[in-house]
Design a protein around this ligand. Sequence first.
Ligand SMILES: Nc1ncnc2c1ncn2[C@@H]1O[C@H](COP(=O)(O)OP(=O)(O)OP(=O)(O)O)[C@@H](O)[C@H]1O
Ligand SMILES: [Mg+2]
Length: 377
Amino acid sequence: MENNNTPLIELRNISKSFGETKVLRNINLTINRNEFVTLLGPSGCGKTTTLRILGGFESPTSGEVYFEGKDISSVPPYERESNTVFQSYALFPHLDVYDNIAFGLRIETLEKREYPNVELTKKEKIKKFFYNKTKKYTETEIEEKVNAVIKLVNLTGMENRSVTNLSGGQRQRVAIARAIILRPKILLLDESLSALDLKLRKDMQYELKELQRSTGITFVFVTHDQEEALTMSDKIVLMKDGNVEQQGTAEEIYNEPVNRYVANFIGDSNILSGKVIDSRHVEFDGEKFLMDETNFPDGTEVDVMMRPEDLDIVYPSKGKLTGVVDSIFFKGVFYEVDVTLDNKRIVTIHTTDYIPAGKKVGINFDTEDITLMEKMK
Ligand SMILES: Nc1ncnc2c1ncn2[C@@H]1O[C@H](COP(=O)(O)OP(=O)(O)OP(=O)(O)O)[C@@H](O)[C@H]1O
Ligand SMILES: [Mg+2]
């Protein structure tokens, strides 16, 4: 039942425990064709475990993995339509760039050609593989494919280099080339860019995104870097302690975070405690403010979030809030100004104007820039 409305891959009610330790708690996740999905969250929140379950390297304690509408929970990694680039890259040190990339084609060939319709155990396959020298692709065909992929990942001219003396970024591109040459439907990438320096990482972010667009392969990318997630993803899945806190586009998560954790993880934010008065009013900082319509019931205690770039500094008499500038830091494109409000709470504002510390200021914002969030338990 392969059609374009069926999600490519789904996790349904996935939980995972290692012994007594619960690592994933009822994860539900839908990944569509051609999507660039990022699993984002702090160390230990369960990103790698989720990726390993998608790839079949780990089986869930409960729940199912669906691929194109079929339950593949018990299908082993080598029979899945996914390919994984591990953080360590795991290249073959005795092979050069070309042979590392060609490796998968040579193997796949041997297994698939001889026994197209026969169910074999993994052991049998490996055994047959060593006895069977028939190839699906000739070396000329392999050369064509390898050269095309080498061009795609910008490694032209490096074919005969040993992988042991490549830079981190180059090694990574070999690992990606080796994975995409098999034309998997899904590419799973675990913290693939974290070992690179900032400049190279930015270049690779761009290249990876381009690669995803040009190949149409669905990417599931793991990172703990929020900026990387914002730049690259069609969909961000933000995790915490084995839960998915929120999933959505970068804009949705940035503009409509569901709670304090999400707001703090993605971007800078000011969060004040408040209370919903009615569908158009919220109270915080001892005052009542007009806001866009909300669905929170009257009287709900909420966290009120405002992004630093949505706050404007104005004359004290013109401000919805007033306070005194506490500190100002030049950040390149803007100044980061901390203002201590009259009630001693501090808010951060991004502005292109220089405002000296000690100055009394007013703060203004639009009603639509007030985001109400559920209080966290
Ligand atoms: N094989 C295992 N046995 C026991 N505990 C494990 C095992 N694998 C992972 N864990 C635990 O599960 C939790 C989630 O691990 P996971 O590797 O998925 O986190 P992560 O989000 O990828 O973190 P990081 O950003 O540090 O890579 C951690 O507390 C980890 O210690
Ligand atoms: Mg990890």
